[in-house]
Design a protein around this ligand. Structure first.
Ligand SMILES: Cc1cc2nc3c(=O)[nH]c(=O)nc-3n(C[C@H](O)[C@H](O)[C@H](O)COP(=O)(O)O)c2cc1C
Ligand code: SF4
Length: 495
């Protein structure tokens, strides 16, 4: 089912000037110029060692031209370990590049946009192996497998196969036989690639996460402020380590799982460690899930309890997302890694116009419940929300009905980074409207430079018109002739 763009009427400049969307909003000790926000979006433009590139600077600079209240720089890894082309903040050598990003956001928005950065930890995910590689290299055959194999092949009247011959025998079987002979986790490793989980207490790296993560997050946050960012967003959402601690599926038995308090323990310890390191004045908030959107996952009632706990522990904004989990992700092809935005929870996270449900504003019931709970307990912490908000009318309604304090728009801002300015200046009819078909997300999935399907393919040869590695796509949105920045740039008055 394809949902057409939401019909809308754009405001005049004077209506926009009176709106909540374009009114300043306080976040911690910072005032954002408007209640507009570009949430984290990984564009896959860092180097293979996690450093900032010109193309990454162009990406953030272009968003800044639209002058939203805040831009959250993509999920950035807190560890000093090879992470492919993921942006990194796990060592002081990353600070100079990150400082350029923060500076670029400030300069290109002419000081109107605050620069935040999302910091994350994730656990190893291996690619799906070939059956040969799995059985001959990774699998650990044991007595239980011999017994199950004999049951499976009983009609052949075979004796127990010697353990050393098990891998070869398994290779001759079918996937449904593998499923019956392997343990469920082993079958998953074969079918999807091995993925570490926070519940793997027999793995020392996983068992000791509560010892190492508070310090890693605190150090990374301190680097972010040293690099000139105005705020830090702790990534407690989607498929990554901290969200997995919060998950209802976290059954750790060491005090960091099981009950609601146990699942909250490490996230709160991380938040407190960050706060201790960066001091009371530095802006620290977090992104978490209002609903995990997976079988057995937590829902909005738990999310409201989490929100209260985060507010009590000093989070200065709460950004609400949904889903985006590994548990229901599509089975990857051999040689590829499982990707958390490919199942139903992925659709919940980035609703598409090809979904059964309409893509617009689908998370607002979550943020409304969270915000109402916070206010009823006396917490004024601002709530940020994204998910198919791509018109002024919907954004303004979300603010007026108390579902949000700040409107985040990811894909609409990608389709047209100037849309905030176009709407503010009464030129809404010029907005290039996102079609929510998730072409950009497909690129993200393959770790290719993220671009938008709606951008033209006219290359002007300049930095901002530079092409993607495949040579076919422009790397940033086309310029908007009406932009004050472009006028200023032509006259040499804008940096
Ligand atoms: C290309 C792409 C990359 C994304 N990367 C991140 C990320 O790094 N961190 C994050 O929390 N969300 C990420 N998201 C999710 C968005 O922040 C947002 O929650 C989601 O797209 C729904 O909002 P929208 O309907 O306004 O696009 C990404 C989304 C897209 C399209
Ligand atoms: S490619 Fe562009 S139009 Fe399509 S969903 Fe992404 S941002 Fe929207």
């Amino acid at each position: 089912m394809i949902h057409p763009p939401e019909p809308t009427v754009w405001p005049t400049a004077s209506v926009a000037a009176e709106s909540r969307l374009y009114a300043p909003v306080r976040v911690g000790r910072i005032i954002l110029g408007s209640s507009t926000w570009v949430p984290a979006m990984v564009p896959w433009r860092a180097t293979d060692s996690g450093f900032v590139t010109d193309s990454l600077l162009a990406w953030y600079g272009r968003f800044a031209e639209g002058a939203p209240g805040a831009i959250v720089v993509e999920a950035t890894g807190i560890r000093d370990v090879p992470s492919g082309p993921l942006l990194r903040i796990g060592h002081s050598r990353f600070i100079p590049g990150l400082r350029q990003v923060a500076d670029s956001i400030h300069q290109r928005s002419r000081g109107r946009t605050k620069a935040f950065i999302q910091i994350l930890d994730f656990l190893p995910v291996r690619r799906r192996p070939t059956p040969e590689a799995y059985f001959l290299r990774y699998w650990r055959p044991a007595e239980r497998h011999r017994l199950r194999l004999r049951e499976e092949t009983a009609e052949l009247g075979e004796d127990l196969v010697p353990i050393e011959q098990l891998p070869g025998r398994m290779l001759a079987l079918t996937p449904s036989e593998w499923r019956r002979i392997l343990d469920p986790r082993e079958f998953e490793d074969l079918e999807r690639g091995r993925r570490d989980r926070v519940t793997d207490l027999d793995n020392p790296d996983v068992r000791t996460l509560p010892d190492v993560l508070p310090g890693l997050f605190a150090d990374a946050a301190a680097r972010a402020f040293e690099a000139g960012f105005d705020g830090v967003e702790l990534h407690f959402a989607h498929a990554y380590t901290m969200a997995s601690f919060l998950s209802a599926l976290n059954t750790r038995t060491d005090g960091y799982g099981g009950s609601l308090e146990g699942r909250l323990r490490l996230p709160i310890e991380v938040l407190r460690a960050v706060r201790r390191r960066v001091g009371d004045d530095a802006l620290v908030g977090l992104r978490f899930l209002g609903d995990e959107s997976i079988p057995g996952g937590y829902g909005i009632d738990t999310a409201c309890q989490y929100a209260l706990a985060f507010a009590r522990a000093g989070a200065q904004f709460l950004s609400v997302s949904r889903g985006g989990k590994f548990e229901d992700a599509r089975v990857p092809r051999i040689g590829e890694a499982v990707y958390p935005y490919t199942g139903d929870s992925g659709s919940a996270c980035m609703p598409s116009s090809t979904d059964a449900e309409v893509p617009f504003g689908r998370n607002l019931s979550l943020s409304l419940a969270i915000r109402t709970t916070l206010r009823s307990e006396g917490f004024e912490v601002p709530v940020v929300g994204a998910g198919g908000i791509a018109t002024f009318a919907r954004a303004e309604a979300a603010l007026s009905t108390g579902a949000l304090d700040i409107v985040a728009a990811a894909r609409q801002s990608l389709a047209d980074p100037d849309w905030w300015e176009k709407v503010r200046t009464g030129r809404g009819l010029e907005v290039r409207r996102c079609s929510f078909t998730n072409y950009c997300e497909g690129l993200d999935q393959r770790h290719r430079e993220v671009t938008c399907r709606l951008w033209d393919r006219v290359f002007d040869g300049g930095g901002d018109g530079a092409r993607s590695v495949d040579g076919k796509r422009r790397l940033v949105a086309p310029p908007w002739e009406g932009s004050v920045l472009h006028e200023g740039a032509k006259k040499g008055t804008v940096p």
